[in-house]
Design a protein. Structure first.
Length: 239
């Protein structure tokens, strides 16, 4: 039986100061305090909109009031929805984009802005075949894209299994033939990796994201979310 793992992407370039002020009223005091510790306004906006995007999905999918939403952490620090065993989620953000993935089974997602990277990072954190795959790129831009294909795939996997960096990145390879997309046996379990290149938003950078889901899930592709619609979701329910 196939399920649909829903992937939402939200550009933050058009988020107004008024939207930020309103959005901050819909999150917990603890979360607000953490966000206000960021030195850069953009980091606060990304963190805020990731939280609001996730909460809006929970409100619509589970018909919960925002005030009733509670999160707890597993022993490795991965958040989960308190009191609900069959609703899994993961969020990520980079540059102009915030992304959220939800499904009935564990999921992971990672988005990164494609930019210059140090070969030493690939050497230190990639498995041998992944490292060779990156270096075999014909041009520098090919090497960049291959690096972020591998990086986002590895990050999405460790986020899906919920063990974080306690799982060494060099202990497994996400490489499948000449890329990362497809079915892969990792840690004795089958996982489906799907990758997407996001359209450029305000800046000129390319963004690459990879999802990690159970094989029974099917990711249709990114669904673009709207900040005004997200905020309207909170206005219509108990805060």
């Amino acid at each position: 039986m196939f399920t649909i793992a829903r992937l939402y992407v939200l550009p933050i370039t058009s988020i107004t100061p008024e939207a930020v002020t309103e959005g901050l009223t819909y999150i917990s005091e603890e979360k607000r305090a953490r966000l206000h510790r960021f030195r850069h306004r953009e980091d606060l906006i990304r963190g805020l909109m990731a939280d609001l995007l996730l909460r809006s999905r929970i409100i619509e999918d589970l018909h919960m009031d925002n005030a009733s939403i509670r999160f707890e952490l597993n022993s490795y620090g991965k958040p989960r929805l308190s009191g609900v065993s069959n609703y899994h989620f993961n969020v990520s953000h980079s540059g102009d984009w915030v992304v959220c993935l939800v499904d009935s089974d564990p999921v992971g997602v990672d988005v990164e802005r494609v930019q210059a990277f140090e070969e030493g990072i690939a050497r230190s954190f990639f498995a041998e075949d992944e490292y060779r795959f990156v270096l075999n790129g014909a041009q520098d831009k090919d090497k960049q894209l291959r690096f972020y294909q591998i990086w986002t795939a590895k990050e999405s996997y460790i986020k899906a299994v919920g063990k974080g960096l306690s799982l060494p990145l060099t202990d497994f390879s996400v490489l499948i033939s000449e890329g990362v997309e497809g079915l892969k046996l990792l840690g004795g379990e089958a996982w489906q990796l799907s990758s997407f290149e996001l359209p450029r938003a305000q800046d000129t950078n390319t963004y690459y994201l990879t999802t990690c889901c159970k094989p029974s899930a099917h990711v249709k592709g990114p669904e673009r979310a709207d900040a005004n619609y997200i905020l309207s979701t909170f206005r219509s329910v108990n805060r």
